[in-house]
Design a protein around this ligand. Sequence first.
Ligand SMILES: NC(=O)c1ccc[n+]([C@@H]2O[C@H](COP(=O)([O-])OP(=O)(O)OC[C@H]3O[C@@H](n4cnc5c(N)ncnc54)[C@H](O)[C@@H]3O)[C@@H](O)[C@H]2O)c1
Ligand SMILES: O=C(O)CC[C@@H](O)C(=O)O
Length: 325
Amino acid sequence: MSEQVVLIAEEIAAEARDALADDFDVRHVSGTDRAALLAALPEADAIIVRSATRVDAEALAAGRRLSVVARAGVGVDNIDVEAATDRGVLVVNAPTANVVSAAEQAVALLLAVSRHTVNAGTALREGRWERSRYTGVEIAGKTVGVIGLGRVGVLFAQRMAAFGARLIGYDPYATAERAARVGVSLVTLDQLLARSDFISLHVPRTPETTGLLGAAELGRVKPGVRIVNTARGGLVDEDALAAAITGGRVAGAGIDVFAAEPCTDSPLLDLDAVVATPHLGAATAEAQAKAGVMVAENVRLALRGDPVADAVNRPAGRAATPAVG
Ligand SMILES: NC(=O)c1ccc[n+]([C@@H]2O[C@H](COP(=O)([O-])OP(=O)(O)OC[C@H]3O[C@@H](n4cnc5c(N)ncnc54)[C@H](O)[C@@H]3O)[C@@H](O)[C@H]2O)c1
Ligand SMILES: O=C(O)CC[C@@H](O)C(=O)O
């Protein structure tokens, strides 16, 4: 029997490639080069992606031999899970690999926005020693509102607790007991908007969460709030946020994710009060190594027909195993 083909469509850790190379024909393609992707898919038994490759119905149809789509990370919103399920293709991810890195990125952006780190540093490099212009604010004693109390939200809340913040959270699917274990009081979204000095988002992008913070919600925030989004673009309406910053209601924002990525023209990129990064939440050596090893293991299990704990969907006939985490 010829070797099964594993197609790697984005940069993943060398550990993952090494873990697969002995047993599979590992091939590479650029997942953002649509024509190349569609040309490579017909021979692939598995494809490994991160967040930039669109694995939609067309790509799945091209991948007529595919058994598994593996996401080296958490969010699977770039994969049409329903279409994959209909075709009997397993979708697996690495749900715990990069959550610490993502939480740390949220803290980093919150601090950078609060202390004008980027603008002050740029001014200094340009020869301007502008101390009074860049007076910031403390986190201690402030109210931090966490939207989404899953893996990343909880890690972020724990880190904010260490800064001495008061923590409130909005998550309709979390219990008060779970929230209380990490020192978070559950509130409604409106209460969170009205009371938070800082808001950080940690929810997946779904039809329910798209536009969660739009013009109406941003009109109800506490004046001077700073907003951090390391979860997904589209959760916060970028035009509305830019308007709220320009109008002075929102003091600043730390943004790692954009509605359209790669992003070149968000109105947020023109504002001094915004610290922006190009979807770097998971971009650490540790997260990439963990994600690579987890997806390599999941691909191996899936191609051998073994049950996979990190499966996002379970097409008929596949045995379920207990979820991790
Ligand atoms: N920037 C990055 O590189 C990066 C890295 C890792 C994760 N992420 C993203 O961060 C987000 C959170 O990841 P996670 O691992 O914590 O996910 P998770 O599934 O563990 O947690 C998501 C939480 O959101 C809650 N939620 C769902 N719908 C909600 C709603 N309408 N309102 C409020 N809460 C809601 C869920 O109940 C859950 O507690 C995801 O979008 C993920 O893709 C981004
Ligand atoms: O692949 C990446 O770097 C992004 C990962 C992140 O957005 C995730 O959801 O896991």
